[in-house]
Design a protein around this ligand. Structure first.
Ligand code: GDP
Length: 430
């Protein structure tokens, strides 16, 4: 099997949280902070800080290239600007506790986001409602900075009654959209912080035969708001055949219930063969069956991230043992930008269209009220009628603007929808 050049090697000789930085290598955690929804936040802890290195644009030689205009450096200009600005990515992690979510996130991003974690006891779990906890980590790799926010939902599905679990998740996603919508309409539009959830890793337990009713209910409520990527946690509990069967059943369940997870975009025809092959393999691996570990073990003289069992070692990064590397490649190296674009172009646009439609309906209602009031109370009073007319005209104008905007957005969404259908031969409801 051919692969793209693999992602940078892990710092196997160091503990995961500091390994890369200490090795002077690929990724370093600059700072991390935790804060949960109740606004209690811990301080920011500086782990390593290094000035970013921006690639210099190539200066053209005018003697050699007489016809040179200069726009060929545009990609470099864009690159420099993006690197300078840094990147933001928000990942929501959903699934009941004990499925290996924290371990996987730490293994994926070589961090330690769950240092001060406290596990609830049984009584607390029975009572427990789902919370939202936000943890932020600044990471840097070859001068490129990424602000990663992990939104955890501790307590999800833990209580006997988990009716509200989905509500907490959808509310959080909507709140972030609403905040972005408000910021976009505000004065300082240049420096909006994007806290929208770009991807939701939904953990499925390995011990079921397929998705549970609870999983289907939650995914159904989320799939039009966020890019959902399914992950089978603790996949080392299953053998190869069992993994294959579970994957097949899950995909069948999703199809039967008309649930649409994140759709991989089609590979461009001009991509090289290795990339196309990698893309095919990623698509074929969905849902990713992963094993997580933050322990570095030595196997045949080689350091590997793995889990030691009496009968041997599960090497997390061995594609024969787990889809960990595929998930990491997908999430970080190949599809992070597409996840952000889909959030902006599909999910956020859907939310925006709903908001504008609500605002215009509200304006219509106000107009109707104004009209009724004016008929009942101002008969015969010219001055009052003129004032009411002015207000009515103003409302009419407001409604007309909203409706124009709505028509344009619906048109845009329809286009995106058609493009998606062409690409993936699938349906997204707008
Ligand atoms: P979370 O509550 O979902 O965040 O789960 P944790 O990451 O805290 O993991 C719970 C327990 O499962 C810990 O003892 C981990 O060491 C263990 N664990 C984590 N990932 C795996 C895995 O892939 N396979 C197995 N067998 N155990 C795992």
């Amino acid at each position: 099997m051919k692969h793209q050049p693999p992602p940078p090697p892990l710092p196997l000789s160091q503990p995961p949280s500091l390994g890369a930085a200490a090795a002077g290598g690929v990724a370093s955690v600059i700072s991390s902070s935790n804060n949960n929804n109740n606004s209690s936040s811990s301080g920011i802890e500086a782990v390593k800080c290094r000035p970013p290195i921006y690639p210099k644009p190539k200066t053209p030689s005018f003697d050699k290239d007489r016809d040179y205009i200069g726009f060929a450096t545009l990609p470099e200009q864009v690159h420099r600007k993006s690197v300078k600005r840094g990147f933001e990515f928000t990942l929501m992690v959903v699934g009941e506790s004990g499925l290996g979510k924290s371990t996987l996130i730490n293994s994926l991003f070589l961090g330690d986001l769950y240092k001060n974690r406290q596990m609830p006891n049984v009584e607390e779990r029975i009572e427990k409602t789902t919370k939202v906890e936000k943890k932020t980590m600044d990471i840097e790799e070859r001068g490129v900075r990424l602000r990663l926010t992990v939104v955890d939902t501790p307590g999800f599905g833990d209580a006997i009654n988990c009716e509200d679990s989905w509500r907490v998740c959808t509310q959080y996603i909507d709140e972030q959209f609403r905040q972005y919508f408000t910021d976009e309409s505000g004065l300082n539009r240049r420096n909006i912080q994007d806290n929208r959830v770009h991807c939701c890793l939904y953990f499925v337990p390995p011990w079921g035969h397929s998705l549970r009713q609870m999983d289907l209910d939650l995914i159904r409520r989320l799939h039009r708001k966020v890019n959902i990527v399914l992950v089978i946690g603790k996949a080392d509990c299953l053998n190869k055949q069992e993994v294959r069967k579970l994957k097949e059943r899950i995909l069948q369940d999703l199809e039967d219930n008309h649930i649409q997870l994140y759709q991989f975009p089609e590979c461009d025809s001009d991509e090289d063969d290795d990339f196309k092959q990698q893309d095919r393999e990623l698509k074929a691996s969905i849902p990713f069956a992963v094993v997580g570990s933050n322990t570095i073990l030595e196997v045949a003289g080689k350091k590997v991230r793995g889990r030691q069992y009496p009968w041997g070692v599960v090497n997390v990064e061995d594609p024969e043992h787990s889809d960990f590397i595929k998930l990491r490649t997908f999430l970080i190296s190949t599809h992070m930008q597409d996840l952000k674009d889909t959030t902006q172009d599909v999910h956020y646009e859907n939310f925006r269209a709903q908001c504008i439609s609500q605002i215009s309906q509200h304006a219509l209602r106000e107009r109707g009220k104004l009209k009724r009031d004016s008929i009942s109370s101002t008969n015969g009073f010219d001055a009052a009628i003129t004032e009411t007319d002015r207000l009515l005209l103003q409302k009419d104008e407001e409604i007309r603007r909203m409706q124009d905007m709505l028509t344009q957005m619906q048109e845009k969404l329809k286009q995106t929808h058609l493009m998606e259908m062409k690409k993936n031969d699938s349906v997204i409801d707008v």
